[in-house]
Ligand binder design. Structure first.
Ligand SMILES: [Zn+2]
Length: 210
């Protein structure tokens, strides 16, 4: 669906079927939102977290960016879009969970490992995806003889771990982790077979959800 007319028709369908059918939900949501989970997902058109998690409006506070990355905490200037969303979600909405959801065939991670595709400069993409450079370096050290697809998948999963580590550099997140009021999660979605794997803190491995 890429034609704008189709999207307008889609909105009408949504209004007719979903909005009217969920008027109680929307009446409650018009008074305010109270999501318990913040999701950081990729901008990729194939990995909408609300669809993947079967969530309703009001369930998820979502940040989407190239390669679902969280930068480390930084003081001072700049337009810190992810940090602003984290601050609002954690300090104002008091979310109890933050999920970093990565995915297979991530274009952002491909740029990190292989460079920009032809015809695009990458003025903004290259420095952005460099947040995940430590992930790539770790994977290179672990297994440098594996095939290209496996290498990319390992980088995608390791980048989720880097983002989880970066989340833990934000003072307001540190405080809530210490209080036990907040839990961090790493999820990895395989768009080929629809499987979801969840990072297990104890084994340091991703385990597939049944
Ligand atoms: Zn992606």
């Amino acid at each position: 669906m890429s034609d704008i007319k189709q999207l307008v028709a889609g909105f009408r369908q949504f209004h007719e079927d979903y909005f009217r059918g969920e008027q109680g939900l929307y009446a409650a949501l018009s008074q305010g939102q109270n999501p318990s989970t913040l999701v950081i997902a990729c901008s990729d058109s194939r990995v909408d977290p609300a669809i993947v998690m079967n969530a309703k409006p009001g369930d998820l506070f979502v940040v989407r960016n190239v390669a679902n990355l969280v930068p480390p905490y930084e003081k001072g200037g700049g337009y810190h879009g992810v940090s602003a969303a984290l601050e609002f979600g954690v300090c104002s909405l008091n979310v109890e969970n933050i999920i970093v959801m990565g995915h297979k065939h991530c274009g952002g991670i491909k740029v990190l490992t292989e460079g920009m595709p032809e015809g695009i400069d990458g003025e903004f993409i290259k420095p952005w995806v460099s947040i995940a450079k430590p992930a790539m370096e770790r994977v290179k050290q672990l297994a440098n003889k594996q095939d290209k697809t496996a290498f990319l998948c390992d980088c995608e999963r390791e980048a989720i771990k880097v983002s989880l580590e970066n989340l833990a550099t934000f003072p307001f997140i540190q405080t809530r982790l210490a209080q036990g009021n907040l839990t961090l999660h790493g999820w990895y979605f395989d768009i080929e077979d629809g499987a979801m794997s969840v990072f297990d803190e104890q084994s340091k491995q991703f385990k597939q959800v049944d």
